[in-house]
Ligand binder design. Structure first.
Ligand SMILES: [Zn+2]
Length: 201
């Protein structure tokens, strides 16, 4: 940073460089761009951030983001498939492939592998409720091919046992250790297409 530091600018650069994919250098460029375009960028950005801060929340049922002012997509009971993912980024990459048009359930993370199977705030019980209360015919487990992802998938599978719903899992073609978010569309597409029923043990 330069010697004639302006505190407001420094603070903003610090915040922006915390965003994914941005380091201090690009944060600086962004801040300069913003300052040059106060009316066109800073003003609408400020408004938009305030709106998101005030109105966007996680749905307690499906884990998706929703606006406080409208119903979540999961309140529409008319679906028969649920795709279970770890986080929203994973949902977006699957949506991107275009192979799946159904509903999602966002767990909000994975189980820790060592300290037993504690749910740790994962949205599991609401998944069971969704399966029980709707005419869900298939739950697709799309957790990552990491140890955590697979432990979580097992746990979900166990939790859903009593519902007798059909549970399937992405095909084994997923590279071991592969996180959904970072897979290319082609790999994900075929893993999804070739998903198979999970074998209970
Ligand atoms: Zn919801």
């Amino acid at each position: 940073m330069s010697d004639n530091n302006v505190k407001e600018i420094e603070d903003l650069i610090k915040i922006i460089s915390k965003l994914p994919g941005l380091g201090p250098k690009s944060a600086k460029r962004i801040v300069l761009k913003l300052i040059k375009n106060r009316e066109d960028l800073i003003k609408p950005l400020t408004n938009s951030l305030a709106q998101v801060y005030k109105n966007v929340i996680s749905c307690k049922v499906c884990g998706n983001l929703k606006s406080k002012n409208s119903n979540c997509i999961c309140s529409n009971k008319n679906y028969d498939q649920i795709c279970v993912v770890e986080n929203i980024a994973d949902m977006w990459v699957i949506e991107n492939t275009g192979i799946y048009k159904g509903h999602y359930h966002i767990l909000g993370g994975t189980l820790p592998t060592l300290e037993g199977k504690k749910e740790n705030g994962l949205l599991v019980s609401s998944l069971i409720d969704r399966v029980k209360n709707n005419s869900v015919k298939e739950v697709i487990l799309a957790t990552s091919a990491t140890i955590e992802g697979q432990t979580t998938a097992h746990y979900i599978q166990d939790s859903l046992k009593e519902t007798k719903v059909k549970i399937s899992k992405l095909a084994q073609g997923l590279p071991v250790g592969g996180e959904i978010e970072f897979l290319d569309d082609g790999t994900l597409f075929s893993a999804f297409k070739n998903r198979g029923p999970v074998v209970s043990d």
